[in-house]
Design a protein around this ligand. Structure first.
Ligand code: UT7
Length: 343
């Protein structure tokens, strides 16, 4: 059977309910603390902790790429699901830091894990990568096209961070998370709904200015340090707080729910203050909010699975829990996924 066989457009496929079957995460072992950053740029542990909530982040050693982190997370998720790599029909890798422009990181992960019957692709939605990818993978299973989708968020942000820029280098870390999405049996908890938006007017607020088709790499672009993350922090901050609560309200209202019905709020981890303000605007109790940015920083497409894993480890993610995932990222991209935890 050829890779990716499946799916039909003749009306014969029936929509199915779907669930997140399993969760796997991976961070590289090396830890970069705020004290380490104090030695690189004009910053302090106190400033970073107060303004962002971050104490430390994990970073890769040279030669380790997003596909390597994604592979580890994928293997863990597959093992937990009891699904073999050959049973995966579709792989989507959300990443802002692909190993290279092409081939896609999805192809590299497919090969590394031996998912010989899968097709797939990379998805670019920056910090909303995981919510966008989860919705995409869920559609592939819900449509009947595939029985098992592998949804991965993997980023090596340290590869595009300017460690001379104190405004950005303190914020990010490296990591990966993966889930297997499969059909849900009758009565089983599953994915309920999603809402997404993009707003390209926000593009200049958070971008990597060079290296793409607009400004290919030249000696000048390298000298001008244009191959790194550039961010208007306060602009992104304001947009994130407003949009995070808006998109959440939208998905809750569409399902006749309100903030009081949410058991766990698992937002993208960019800044503790953004998460807590969004939760407050939305009306979600503080004890239902997961914050683990302290140990990982902003790992872009990996923050939500890393937060889910911590919630589960702490016993805060029981089967059936109503979970609201939310994200805002460069683009701007905005996402919310509402689900009942089935793991
Ligand atoms: O995942 C989606 C993408 N990213 C985000 O969601 C991030 C959104 N933005 C933020 O989280 C915050 O805007 C930051 C954490 C990036 C910055 O916090 P802020 O409270 O908005 O600070 P600011 O940019 O307004 O800067 C305040 C001051 C400035 O000094 P002056 O001009 O007031 O003298 C900065 O130069 O803090 C200074 N500053 C620092 N000081 C010490 C900026 N970075 C640092 C630093 N250490 N690392």
């Amino acid at each position: 059977m050829a890779n990716g066989t499946g799916g039909r457009f003749d009306g014969g496929g029936a929509r199915r309910r779907v669930k997140v079957t399993s969760l796997g995460t991976y961070v590289p072992p090396r830890v970069l603390t705020n004290a380490d950053l104090e030695r690189l740029v004009d910053t302090t542990d106190a400033w970073i902790l107060k303004r962002t909530g971050i104490r430390e982040r994990h970073v890769v050693d040279e030669g380790v790429a997003s596909s390597d982190l994604g592979k580890e997370a994928a293997i863990a998720a597959l093992a937990e699901a009891g699904v073999s790599p050959e049973q995966i029909g579709f792989i989507v890798v959300a990443t802002t830091t692909p190993d290279m422009f092409f081939p896609s990181t999805a192809c590299l992960v497919q090969h590394k894990i031996g998912a010989t019957n899968a097709w797939g692709f990379d998805l670019g939605a920056a910090c909303s990568g995981f919510t966008f990818a989860l919705t995409t993978g869920a559609q592939m299973v819900a449509s009947g096209a595939h029985d098992h989708a592998l949804v991965i968020g993997a980023d090596v942000m340290s590869s595009i961070i300017d460690f001379q820029d104190r405004a950005t280098c303190v914020l990010f870390g490296d990591g990966a998370g993966a889930v297997v999405v499969s059909p849900a049996a009758d009565g089983e908890p599953g994915i309920i709904d999603f809402a997404h938006e993009i707003d390209g007017s926000g593009g200049p607020a958070l971008c990597m200015p060079a290296g793409g088709s607009l400004r290919p790499a030249t000696r000048e672009t390298v000298d001008a340090r244009l191959h790194y993350v550039h961010q208007d922090g306060p602009a992104v901050f304001k947009f994130a707080v407003r949009k995070m609560s808006e998109i959440c309200r939208r998905v809750l209202e569409a399902n006749g729910l309100d903030a009081g019905d949410v058991d766990l709020f698992v937002s993208h981890q960019a800044n503790r203050r953004i998460i807590m303000s969004a939760a407050e605007h939305l009306g979600v109790d503080r004890d239902k909010v997961i914050v683990n940015i302290e140990r990982f920083g902003n790992t872009t497409a990996a923050t939500i699975p890393l937060a889910l894993a911590d919630a589960r480890r702490e016993g805060r993610l029981p089967k059936g829990a109503r979970v609201l995932l939310a994200s805002v990222g460069a683009g701007f991209t905005v996402g919310a996924v509402l689900l009942r935890w089935a793991g």
